[in-house]
Design a protein around this ligand. Structure first.
Ligand SMILES: Nc1ncnc2c1ncn2[C@@H]1O[C@H](COP(=O)(O)OP(=O)(O)OP(=O)(O)O)[C@@H](O)[C@H]1O
Length: 226
């Protein structure tokens, strides 16, 4: 589904953040990415999302569904991102001037898909009946639920999540993770979740631990994820 080949990223010719990282993400796999602060976890997500460019290499470094990202022009990359990816990023805030229903419907609108599924998604995340509310009327946990609904509404093949429970209390974080896990498994999306939380990582099928020297892989044996 997604292949990384010798993915390398340096900022301003200084230290390399990612150094020849290679990995294959299988369809439907839920993978947690962990590692020390500054090791390059968010950089990895940004590169996969096409929000930042890797160092140039001879062979393609990021291949999505067999297509090298670097072979796409800006328009084609935007279309791929819009149609095939869902984001749960702090930077992709829920838009304050749109209702929850309008926020969740945005990916449908942008992909020219029929409207309607946003209501099912709001129901699925426990916010059915609140579609006409505005984001400022929500708690932090509810806001994350909206972000999850919006990330999944257009049935993306690849979901990228950066610390989806980072600023939530443990109980809320746990219920959000449970919800995310359930929605991801029912949609069959490949998921890459950056997290510092061992509890969050324990829900994943695999944990990639980025280190300054390379990559360690832990396979999480968690009956709840099978
Ligand atoms: N735009 C940028 N310009 C220069 N350096 C950057 C830029 N973005 C990130 N870095 C540096 O790259 C390194 C990796 O950053 P990144 O945000 O990917 O780390 P992280 O593993 O996600 O960290 P954390 O767990 O603290 O969020 C850091 O040293 C950071 O300062």
């Amino acid at each position: 589904m997604l292949e990384l080949r010798n993915l390398t990223k340096s900022y301003s010719n200084e230290r390399r953040v990612l150094d020849r990282l290679s990995w294959i993400f299988e369809p439907g796999e839920f993978v947690a990415v962990m590692g020390d602060s500054g090791v390059g976890k968010s950089t990895l997500l940004n590169l996969i999302a096409g929000l930042d460019q890797p160092d140039p290499t001879d062979e393609p470094a990021i291949i999505v569904d067999g297509t090298p990202l670097a072979s796409l022009d800006d328009d084609a990359a935007t279309r791929l991102r819009r149609a095939r990816m869902g984001f749960i990023f702090q930077a992709f805030h829920v838009l304050p001037h749109l209702t929850l229903q309008q926020n969740v419907a945005l990916p449908l609108l942008m992909n020219g898909l029929p409207q309607g599924r946003e209501l099912d998604m709001l129901d699925a995340v426990g916010l059915g009946g609140r579609g006409h509310d505005y984001p400022h009327q929500l708690s932090g946990g509810e806001m994350q639920r909206v972000a999850i609904a919006r990330a999944l509404v257009h049935r993306p093949a690849l979901v990228l999540a950066d610390e989806p429970t980072g600023n939530l209390d443990p109980d809320t974080a746990n219920s959000i993770l449970q919800l995310l896990h359930q929605e991801l498994k029912s949609s069959g999306a490949t998921t890459i979740m950056v997290t510092h939380s061992p509890a969050a990582a324990a829900r994943a099928d695999k944990v990639l631990r980025l280190t300054k020297d390379g990559l360690q892989v832990t396979t999480v044996v968690n009956p709840a994820t099978q």
